[in-house]
Design a protein around this ligand. Structure first.
Ligand code: NAD
Length: 472
């Protein structure tokens, strides 16, 4: 299998060229390095029809067999982790070792999902009757994923949707289509034809998919703005939806932490993957007693953590993934500068591609754009606080509610604060953790529904209650 060239879509068990094509850019150079296929409306129809045909049989395949195929998929991915990792680095920008980790993470997700069971709930069991609630597949699932974790997030949709007996048409982001296309090719012999279809395209393909009457469910990960459009489009025929959207996560650092011990973890919680993580720390609240010491330590890290092309040894942080995002992060930094805020700039970065120095903003006001908006790039506001009531209120003062973190030696106190944060996840003395067994739930405008765990699996199903009489 050629991982360097020849990217084709998987439709109905066949590899298919696009009706058109579009260029894929390496963010480390800013140069296009290959082309990806662009599906037109007719090819979307073919994929949806193939998935609908396949679903009639797939839903009848015993769940243990479906699980076995998910495990087989995991093995195939693992066997090609090196090639996929190298391709990932080229299209997404993340340094090689960490790119490969995402591929293995995707394999792990297939494996772990195969370990989940779809529960049958018994809501009544008397001498007269038994009432069982089963969970049936929905039909054909539309998966749409962004560019920040283009491989892992695809597996978060594919694995549970297939396990539950649905078939899938998945669309990667036009900025990072290649690994998903190769995944389709890799798994072409694993699943029966039509069960997993991967199509790519430009900006017009997503809206065509969400409006397509052949889908019963849309599982979407992306920005809050697009999520709202998806919801509107799905409303026309009441498609089921799961939306995993943006965040503006707060991390709260209490004065009892050891600054030297936590600095690196806090830094990586904000800047790993070039800060392009939905659950990255995007507002860092530091108690006034340790503010100066921690700020200086973080600034030191910003100046020394290696940022560069992922092919070079020892690189930790890569470029921003695409040109629009590059412009947006610059806009936020420029806005902070224009408003006289103190910018603490990181070390030098390559002057090609979409590299931006790791940037801190020193205690901006709460209404600064860099505080209010989701940056999704390497600029982090550091915010000083005095009391717990004050910081909880400030942390919750946002339309987002994805995740948050509390850092303290006093775990009881941290748990108390965790309960007061209006987010779907709170980490104590850690960050960026998610597991295939734990639902990721965006509160407020960070999402609708959940992914992962049994709760996430059930979102790919519809309940059916069966009332069974018993002879007296
Ligand atoms: P985006 O919303 O621009 O695009 C996401 C996907 O939607 C892409 O595949 C895109 O082609 C497609 N799309 C664009 N317009 C569409 C439309 N009108 N209808 C249907 N599909 C459409 O997001 P992005 O810039 O690719 O990703 C960054 C955002 O994703 C950030 O806000 C980030 O926080 C969020 N995100 C959330 C999670 C989570 O789990 N909550 C995870 C990762 C990223």
């Amino acid at each position: 299998m050629d991982f360097e060239n020849n990217y084709r879509m998987t439709i109905d068990g066949a590899l298919v060229d696009g009706a058109g094509h579009f260029e894929v850019v390496n963010p480390a150079t800013g140069e296009a390095f290959t082309k990806a296929p662009a599906a037109d409306a007719a090819q979307l129809d073919q994929a949806v029809e193939a998935a609908a045909r396949a679903q009639k049989l797939w839903r009848q395949v015993p769940i243990e067999e479906r699980k076995a195929l998910l495990r087989q998929a995991a093995k195939k991915i693992e066997a090609h982790a090196d090639e996929l990792g190298a391709l990932f680095m080229r299209e997404q920008g993340r340094p090689l070792a960490m790119a490969r980790e995402e591929i293995l993470g995707g394999a792990g997700w297939f494996k772990a999902t195969a370990g989940l069971d779809i529960p049958v709930e018994v809501t009544e069991d008397t001498k007269h009757r038994r009432v069982e609630v089963h969970h049936e597949p929905l039909g054909v699932v539309c998966g749409i994923v962004p560019w920040n974790f283009p491989f892992l997030l695809a597996t978060w949709k594919i694995a549970p949707a297939l396990l539950a007996g649905n078939t899938v048409v998945l669309k990667p982001s036009p900025f990072t289509p290649l690994c998903a296309l190769k995944l389709g090719e890799l798994l072409i012999d694993v699943f029966p034809k039509g069960v997993l279809n991967i199509i790519s395209g430009g900006d017009e393909l997503g809206p065509l998919m969400t409006a397509h009457p052949g889908f019963q469910k849309i599982s979407f990960t992306g920005s809050t703005a697009t999520g709202k459009r998806v919801m509107e489009s799905a409303a026309k025929d009441l498609k089921r939806i799961t939306l995993e959207l943006g965040g503006n996560d707060a991390a709260i650092v209490l004065p009892d932490v050891d600054v030297d011990e936590v600095a690196m973890q806090l830094f990586m919680g904000a800047f790993w993957n070039t800060a392009q993580i939905c659950v990255a720390t995007k507002r860092l609240y530091i108690h006034e007693d340790i503010y100066d010491a921690l700020r200086d330590k973080l600034h030191q890290l910003a100046k020394t953590i290696p940022v560069g092309e992922g092919t070079k040894d020892g690189m930790v942080i890569g470029p921003v993934q695409n040109a629009p995002q590059f412009r947006r992060v610059h806009e936020l930094i420029d806005d902070a500068r224009k408003n006289g805020l103190t910018i603490l700039e990181g070390g030098p970065v390559p002057d090609q591609g979409y590299f931006i120095p790791l940037t801190l903003v020193d205690n901006p006001p709460d209404d600064a754009r860099v505080v209010v908006e989701e940056a999704f790039g390497p600029v982090l506001p550091l915010l000083k606080f005095s009391t717990i009531d004050e910081v909880v209120e400030r942390a919750n003062d946002t339309v987002y509610g994805l995740a948050g973190a509390v850092w303290s030696k006093d775990i009881e106190k941290a748990i108390e604060i965790a309960h007061r944060l209006e987010t779907g996840t709170v980490w104590i003395n850690q960050n960026l953790q998610s597991t295939p067994f734990t639902p990721l739930a965006g509160h407020k405008q960070s999402g609708f529904g959940v992914e992962n765990g049994v709760a996430g699996l059930l979102e790919f199903t519809v309940p059916k209650a069966i009332f069974i009489p018993k002879s007296a």
